[in-house]
Design a protein around this ligand. Sequence first.
Ligand code: IMP
Ligand code: MG
Length: 338
Amino acid sequence: MINFADVVVGLAWGDEAKGKITAQLAATRAHTGGPLYDFVARWAGGNNAGHTVWVDGEKFKTHLVPSGVFYGVKSIVGPGCVLHPESFKAELDYLSDNGFDASLVKVSPNCHIVTDEHIQFDKEKLAGKLGTTGRGIAPSYSAKFARTGVLAKDVLPQSMIWDENLFGTVLCEGAQGIWLDIDHGLYPYVTSSTTLPYGACSIGFPPQKIRRVWGAAKIYDTKSGEDPRFPDTLFENELLLKLADLGGEYGVTTGRRRKVNWLNLNMLISAINLSGTTNLVVSKCDVIKELGEFRLFYNDDLLFFNNLEDMCNFITAKVTASCEMISEIRYSSSPQEI
Ligand code: IMP
Ligand code: MG
């Protein structure tokens, strides 16, 4: 039995700096001097995700491997994930080449395999229409639920398979974001898995064990891939294009330019309540400050603020009034710290 689980969840359409939060938490020392967490685990998705993690001032990118490995914590790819063996092995090599202990990464025996056929189908039939990442995610989950899928335990070497029981403390690393959730996103402009914190229980613990939910938000909205709420006309807005450039809004996985819009505060409030976020981190405040324009949508109006402080105070006031589970709000102006 575990003591507790903390969950990191994205409160928008992915790319809200979950990797940064996970890495910061994984690096946190317990009062014993050792790491606070015994495990860092992913519960959903595959290498459609792209996480940017900074270690000692150096930038690393991962797609499937949980970020705990950067801090010497055992890292588990959970049974709810899907895994493309060659891409996974390439990521392990990347870790080893950079001096990290890749043997800390283990794959749940029931994790499903993404085959080359899945990738081909995704690229040919889905990527153009839905703007998927083309990583074979939907076809792999389709096979899983049709019960024709292939399991990691039948394909990967035994040395990569996780054969322990969970114990102690677990940090659950979300992938994608709430509005890409298969049940709560704008179907079919979603991913094929559960991005909400209850999905984390699939790693192997009951819901009562969730202690904190860290909600990752950004001070403006972005979307990579198709979504009618992010029309192509956003690419014609000079100010938003400037914001995109200042924020480096290109996909870690696909390199595609992300569509950028002002924060929709009502959607953020819904996401906080749906996820049960207790600790909110609003990132990229430095980017909006550099832009020098402080705007957000609230109740269908575009509101203008004089400075970052006024804008953050407004967000804090509305979130505090509408979200009863919130206990802490942080505004981050650093790509490395929360
Ligand atoms: P899929 O997960 O590759 O099937 O893509 C479905 C949708 O989710 C597309 O709009 C993708 O751009 C989006 N998506 C999937 N993973 C991520 C991510 O990690 N960050 C941002 N968007 C993502
Ligand atoms: Mg990402």
